[in-house]
Ligand binder design. Structure first.
Ligand code: FAD
Ligand code: EPU
Length: 349
């Protein structure tokens, strides 16, 4: 058994949450990590580019993909070691992230509750160090197992070697080099719940909960997310289209002096994060629509496909939004999703 299955000229329309049309020249469904070495020998023969595809919830296809898309289907999860205080959970790349959150909470392991309902796979979680409501997955990562293309071997990377940052990692910076095959998370049995993010305590109160368990925090966050973000199954989107810009404290203070309602968050290393949603809304884009490409009515940071928009149209809109924010505020917005088939800062010919 090779551990992978190949198909040619495959539609990706159902495999990206923007639901834009795109095709890949080749698709490989891989069911075992140890099949990757053989597959990459084959891919090298074809000399095309390679794209690891999870659930497609952080991608924008600006056109067709001329190489091989790789989809990892192994989705096992187990406790590999445990003691009275914590457990080490190993989850394979193809597992759905929210299924892992539910699996850990059901076993009395805490930590992932604030990241409930983030779409996508476990394998993609370290790529941009997913985070929500004050918690990032990097806090819990002990090891990332990844296939390294240039050596052809599986490698165990400790958290310190993964260069995890805000929506950033080694794997994101070197996307041609790594295929994440499994993640090991160290999860405590007890820890203080993080309820400080705006709206969380209020939601728990609305649920009638005053001494919450982790599973109730997950429920509260799922309710907030369902209200605040469009459901990709109904309206194509990839969550936040731009990262919140991280600026020096002095820049943030100057912005705040001029725009008192601008939300400013700690950014680490004496820096500050500005709310990209606020900047975009201030430029008048919230609820904007041109053809089927638009900005969500309920959240200015979310670009949406009302039906027949192409990736190129959504990319064009995103560039116009970033240009207007730059012109009005002098702040550079960077896209969060990976753009396939174009560069964000290079207008198409
Ligand atoms: P894909 O979109 O398929 O891939 C994303 C990137 O990761 C690509 O570059 C891909 O090549 C790479 N990749 C995927 N799997 C692997 C792998 N195994 N090995 C190597 N590279 C890989 N993100 C947050 O951080 N916080 C949020 O709160 C959040 N909310 C969202 C809400 C909505 C409605 C949506 C649609 C998206 C949201 N996102 C959020 C973004 C998205 O959920 C995450 O980035 C998620 O981790 C993407 O998973 P995926 O499997 O869909 O990855
Ligand atoms: N806001 C506006 N206009 C809007 C929406 C929000 O001004 O249309 C302001 C609000 O005042 C709010 C602030 O922006 O105080 C922050 O909004 P929100 O809590 O929705 O968070 P966000 O900064 O827009 C980030 C992440 C989300 C994550 C949430 C919760 C980024 C790029 N986005 O959004 O992640 O779910 O915080 O932690 O960091 C994603 O990455 O795809 C994603 C959805």
């Amino acid at each position: 058994m090779s551990g992978y299955q190949l198909a040619e000229d495959v539609s990706l329309a159902g495999r990206n949450t923007f639901r834009v049309p795109a095709r890949t020249a080749m698709m490989a469904d891989v069911s075992r990590a140890d099949a990757l070495a053989g597959l990459f020998e084959f891919a090298r023969l074809r000399e095309g580019p390679v794209l690891v595809l999870g659930e497609g919830s952080n991608l924008l296809f600006a056109g067709d993909f001329p190489g091989m898309a790789i989809c990892l289907t192994m989705a096992g999860v187990r406790i590999v070691q445990e003691d009275a205080d914590s457990a080490l959970v190993r989850a394979e790349a193809g597992l759905n992230w929210n299924d892992l959150v539910a699996w850990t909470l059901a076993r009395g392991l805490v930590g992932l509750e604030n990241m409930a309902l983030i779409p996508g796979t476990v394998g993609a979680a370290p790529i941009q160090n997913i985070g929500a409501y004050g918690v990032e997955v990097g806090e819990f990562i002990e090891t990332v197992e990844a296939f390294q293309r240039d050596t052809g071997q599986l490698k165990q990377l400790a958290r310190e070697d993964c260069a995890l940052g805000y929506r950033d990692s080694l794997f994101k910076r070197e996307s041609e080099r790594w295929v994440v095959t499994a993640v090991e998370l160290r999860l405590p049995r007890r820890r203080e719940l993080r309820l400080d993010y705006a709206g969380v305590k209020e939601e728990l109160a609305a649920m009638g909960v005053d001494a919450p368990r982790a599973s109730q925090v997950a429920e509260a966050i799922s309710r907030i997310r369902t209200r605040k973000l469009p459901n990709p199954a109904v309206l194509g989107n990839a969550g936040s289209f731009f990262k919140n810009p991280v600026v020096d404290a002095a820049v943030a203070e100057a912005m705040k002096a001029r725009h008192s309602t601008l939300p400013v968050f700690p950014g680490g290393d004496g820096q500050r994060k500005l709310s990209a949603a606020w900047l975009i809304e201030a430029c008048g884009w919230k609820g904007f629509r041109e053809g089927d490409a638009g900005v969500a009515a309920q959240h200015a940071l979310v670009l949406v496909n009302h039906g027949q928009a192409t990736g190129a149209q959504l990319l064009g809109l995103a560039r116009r939004i970033a240009a207007s924010v730059h012109e009005r505020f002098g702040i550079v917005l960077e896209p969060e999703p990976r753009i396939i088939g174009a560069r964000f800062d290079e207008p198409a010919a």
